[in-house]
Design a protein around this ligand. Structure first.
Ligand code: FAD
Length: 505
């Protein structure tokens, strides 16, 4: 196989890069080792798109930057500029790509003198950057957010920039679908395992055979060091910080009107954020970890995180929790503020593209910059006349009016069959998700929300397995949660009976 540019990694970075390149007459292929896009760190991200006062929160709580060391003003400024521009570029993108999102105002609170000092620092940074905000007293805070702690003594409010709450997998899937529409080739379940050179070309060895290419973009996130080393293209190292996240039931949605947080000290942002689906998302505790793939949750940390959310919003109860998970964020070990976007020193046709947090916000800017880097290094970049920036999402039955529902059911009666009762997801949506590339239970879940409700797939799980098996013409025992050997079913029960009989005999 031959391609001009090979992108390795189908996360937020690789997919946005693919979409950006799909504007040009260039042959591009993306390889991803998992069976779907966004199954790496991106799926477990918070996916918030923010600017304004919220940006300054990380400046006040600089704890990761301080833990790693090596930060420079230049890298901090560059990071800030890319995120400012990225936030602006996302606004039209959300519409063009029909990505569901919820915009909310943001409130930062203080409940004691130590927190007040941090709030004052936040105000100073916000004024220094000429960003709009309002200082609120206790009465004003409780009028806007009646359920937050009554210990609150002061607050800052940003209702001009605010915060776009977007599910990260919906961003990645939308961007990938649009890139595919515009001619990018996606090879899923394809892992890069080695590199060699052939004249001016690079030969990338994959689990599906070699690919000959001019340029390589290494967008493998937490695996970037491993992949760059395979190509002798690594002069950086990464540090990993594990972050825990909790999701609450939709019935908690009305407890807040926007994102609410307390700056409580280094590494301690007590925050509660409503997301577009109606749930609340609680996250922020992070701890150093050696393994990029350390997904283990820690009971004590979860309890602590939940307690921090209750400090902001006392009516929250543990009974409201419906899901929780952990995942690692990556940071460059040489400078925690930097995004590693550069040609490898020993290979002028190999770009390392490693995103620190936030990675979604600056991605449209980074993708444009990389196009410039490729062009500077000799890749002919001619714009296509027929690039189509629009994609349409799968209709979400739960969000439609009665008339829209009836119309859809008339066109396809499978939209009249509700499979996931918690999220009101129909068979029609699931079949459409599979048609668009979902081949696992998670792939269906991320495209339709089937299994994301209170019962966490307790009821719809088996039905989704059945539909995937039927549509892909495979056995139910071959259906996986997210690829590899994550089978949903161990074997057929009759098979089990025969094995048992044989053992007993
Ligand atoms: C808890 C948390 C919260 C966050 N919140 C935000 C936020 O609110 N806003 C924001 O902007 N950013 C946020 N971020 C940061 C953002 O999520 C990341 O920067 C972004 O998702 C990184 O995307 P990526 O494509 O670089 O990595 P990934 O999504 O991990 O993608 C890398 C891909 O490469 C594939 N791969 C690896 N090795 C190989 C190989 N050998 N061959 C083929 N494929 C391979 C992997 O399977 C994976 O799919 C958050 C991050 C975390 C962890």
């Amino acid at each position: 196989m031959e391609t001009q540019v090979l992108i390795i990694g189908g996360g937020a970075a690789g997919c946005m890069m693919a979409r950006e390149l799909s504007r040009y007459k260039v042959d591009v292929t993306l390889v991803e080792k998992r069976p779907d896009v966004g199954f790496g760190v991106s799926k477990a991200s918070n996916g918030y798109l923010y600017w304004g006062m919220s940006w300054n929160v990380s400046i006040v709580l600089k704890s990761i930057v301080e833990q790693i060391g090596g930060a420079t003003k230049e890298a901090e400024h560059k990071k800030e500029e890319m995120n400012r521009r990225g936030y602006e570029l996302w606004k039209p993108l959300l519409t063009e790509l029909d990505i569901p999102h919820l915009w909310t105002p943001v409130m930062q609170l203080a409940t004691n003198p130590a927190e007040l000092r941090l709030l004052d620092m936040l105000e100073k940074e916000t004024v220094a950057r000429n960003m709009p905000y309002r200082r609120l007293n206790k009465e004003e805070i409780l009028e806007l957010e009646p359920n937050v702690t009554d210990k609150v003594i002061a607050g800052l409010y940003d209702d001009s920039h605010g915060w776009y709450n977007v599910y990260p997998w919906e961003q990645v899937i939308a961007v990938a679908e649009n890139a595919r529409q515009n001619g990018i080739k996606f090879m899923l379940d394809t892992e890069v395992i080695g590199f060699s050179k052939n004249g001016g070309f690079q030969i990338v060895e994959t689990t599906r055979g070699p690919i000959k290419t001019e340029f390589v973009i290494n967008a493998t996130g937490a695996d970037a060091v491993h992949v760059a080393r395979l190509a002798d293209a690594c002069d950086f190292s990464l540090q990993h910080f594990k972050a825990h996240t909790i999701i609450t039931d939709k019935k908690t949605r009305n407890l807040v009107n926007g994102s609410v947080a307390i700056l409580a000290g280094p590494g301690r942002l007590k925050s509660v954020n409503p997301v577009q689906s109606g749930n609340l998302l609680i996250s922020s505790i992070y701890t150093p970890t050696d393994s990029p793939h350390d997904l283990g949750t820690d009971k004590a940390l979860m309890e602590e995180l939940f307690g921090m959310a209750q400090d902001v919003l006392p009516p929250l109860s543990k009974k409201d929790v419906i899901a929780y998970f952990a995942v690692s964020r990556v940071y460059s070990a040489r400078n925690p503020d930097e995004y590693i976007i550069e040609f490898a020193p020993k290979n002028p046709r190999f770009i390392n593209m490693v995103l620190r947090m936030p990675g979604f916000i600056p991605m449209p800017v980074i993708a444009r910059n990389v196009v410039g880097m490729l062009s500077d290094h000799g890749l002919q970049m001619t714009k296509k006349d027929d690039f189509n920036p629009y994609r349409k999402r799968i209709p979400r039955f739960a969000d439609l009016s009665s008339e829209e529902r009836s119309k859809l059911i008339k066109q396809d009666p499978r939209y009249g069959h509700v499979v996931c009762r918690c999220e009101t997801v129909t068979e029609g949506e699931i079949v459409e998700a599979i048609r668009r590339g979902a081949n696992t239970v998670d792939g269906v879940k991320f495209r339709t929300r089937a299994g994301m409700g209170r019962c966490q797939a307790g009821f719809c799980g088996p039905r989704v397995v059945e539909i995937i098996a039927r549509e892909l013409n495979i056995k139910p025992t071959e259906v996986t949660k997210n690829g590899g050997n994550s089978w949903e079913l161990l074997c057929e029960s009759k098979e089990l009976l025969t094995t048992r009989k044989a053992v007993l005999a």
